[in-house]
Design a protein around this ligand. Structure first.
Ligand SMILES: Nc1ncnc2c1ncn2[C@@H]1O[C@H](COP(=O)(O)OP(=O)(O)OP(=O)(O)O)[C@@H](O)[C@H]1O
Length: 290
């Protein structure tokens, strides 16, 4: 199967600053590839290179088998972080405008939640519906590549689940999806992930591949607040999960020594680390290396 997107060793500099540093990725039809990373990791810049909105300083990018270009737009649906809607137009007018631009005349029906507000200005329909409208517009011309920049940021869980249903439906129909996200639950819905930190690719693979081998120590203590404080004071990567502390990527001996030094009694249990914990560790390691 030929790849829809190929990025080989992409570097993008703004003056002296390197926003994307030697990143490679491939995207096949029907795959959902998630780009993960903290604010400023370089995700949007990489998407903009693939969209032909920025020119790579170095490396090779191919979309549909040739260099990214605005002519790709006929087969590409893009939902930018800012959504790209015409806020002063109504919902129907936004759809009509995009349909006209892409020469679409067999319009699919609006989903019920948008149909209810079809005559209202897009500015007044709330962020969840605005995102749904941006998706609807991006899909009107039946693209085979969907590029989504934090598509569910700021929406409630129900709207988020609905948008993800749409993403899965598209992928099942063979559409290739490249999506950036901060949310681990969303990341886990992707076929594969590419993690970025400070412009660099720091991990890649399925969630299972990325987390495999990384362990976390779960700390059960009656004095759960004392245990959490002691582990933080020992500068261990501790997070509170309910009333237990979790410390990823650290030997149980080191955890028990920190607790013993603080006089906190606890029972320790070793479990596989979550994606979020693995990501924090990978980012820490990348930061220490820089
Ligand atoms: N046109 C530009 N000129 C200078 N610096 C830029 C430009 N565009 C992006 N940057 C910088 O490049 C870095 C990466 O930004 P980018 O928006 O790609 O990150 P991101 O991972 O998408 O973050 P976020 O999740 O906040 O959108 C940031 O430090 C940003 O300030």
């Amino acid at each position: 199967m030929s790849a829809v997107v190929v990025a080989e060793n992409i570097t993008k500099k703004f003056g002296e600053f390197t926003a994307v540093d030697d990143v490679s990725l491939r995207l096949e039809p029907g795959e959902i590839v998630g780009l993960l990373g903290a604010n400023g990791a370089g995700k949007t810049t990489l998407l903009r290179v693939l969209l032909g909105l920025e020119v790579a300083t170095d490396g090779r990018a191919e979309v549909f088998g040739s260099a990214p270009a605005s002519s790709d737009r006929h087969a590409l649906g893009y939902v930018p972080q800012g959504l790209g809607l015409y806020l002063e137009l109504t919902v129907d007018q936004n759809v009509a405008f995009v349909a006209e631009a892409f020469g679409v005349d067999d319009l699919p029906p609006l989903p019920p939640t948008l149909a209810e507000v079809r005559d209202r200005q897009a500015a007044s329909i709330g962020l969840g519906r605005q995102r749904q409208l941006a998706f609807h517009c991006a899909l009107l011309h039946r693209p085979t590549l969907l590029i989504l920049d934090e598509p569910t940021s700021g929406v409630d869980p129900l709207a988020r689940a609905r948008l993800w249903d749409t993403i899965h439906e598209q992928a099942e129909n063979g559409v290739a999806v490249l999506v950036t996200t901060h949310y681990m639950q969303e990341a886990e819905q992707c076929s594969r992930l590419v993690m970025m930190s400070r412009g660099k690719k720091v991990a890649a693979g399925t969630t299972a591949e990325i987390t495999s081998g990384t362990r976390a120590v779960v700390v059960h203590a009656d004095d759960w607040a004392g245990a959490f404080a002691a582990l933080g004071d020992a500068d261990l990567p501790v997070v509170l999960s309910g009333r237990t502390s979790r410390v990823a990527g650290t030997a149980p001996d080191e955890v028990s020594a920190a607790l013993r030094d603080a006089g906190v009694e606890a029972r320790l249990e070793e479990v596989p680390a979550t994606l979020e914990e693995t990501m924090v560790l990978v980012e820490r390691a990348a930061r220490d290396e820089a």
